[in-house]
Unconditional design. Structure first.
Length: 132
């Protein structure tokens, strides 16, 4: 239980204010409504990516599925982002393939993934159109 008691909460057109006395001093916390929800690494990663050095592609879909084309071979599976780290697990549909964890660096144009076990790094650029 908080020794200073509950905050007094008030609402206005500008937002919300919490206030109370702590050790003889007035404490005021002002909150304003967010205009835009910030994107997580998972939000940025969703999209169609082409490897920078090769003609390989990675499609990270909104429904937690991925499709990977490497040297004419197609792989697919599920993806899951770690809740507290910028890491993605790729879980193949093929039972002979192993789950792999990748550290992720991503923005609206580039995706860089590094395997957390082997340190293999792959860099992609976002594609706006499907490859012919």
């Amino acid at each position: 239980k908080d020794e200073f008691g509950a905050f007094e909460v008030s609402f206005s057109s500008e937002g919300m204010t919490w206030s109370r006395m702590e050790e003889g001093m007035q404490v005021t916390v002002s909150l304003s409504r967010a205009e835009e929800k910030p994107k997580s690494p998972a939000d940025w990663a969703i999209g169609y990516w082409q490897e920078e050095k090769e003609d390989h592609t990675l499609l990270i879909r909104w429904d937690k599925n991925y499709r990977k084309m490497t040297d004419g071979k197609r792989a697919s599976g599920y993806w899951v982002f770690h809740a507290h780290k910028s890491e993605i697990a790729l879980i193949p549909h093929d039972p002979d393939q192993k789950i792999s964890w990748w550290a992720v660096e991503v923005d609206e144009k580039k995706l860089r993934i590094t395997n957390v076990h082997t340190q293999e790094t792959v860099s992609y650029v976002r594609r706006d159109t499907w490859m012919e």
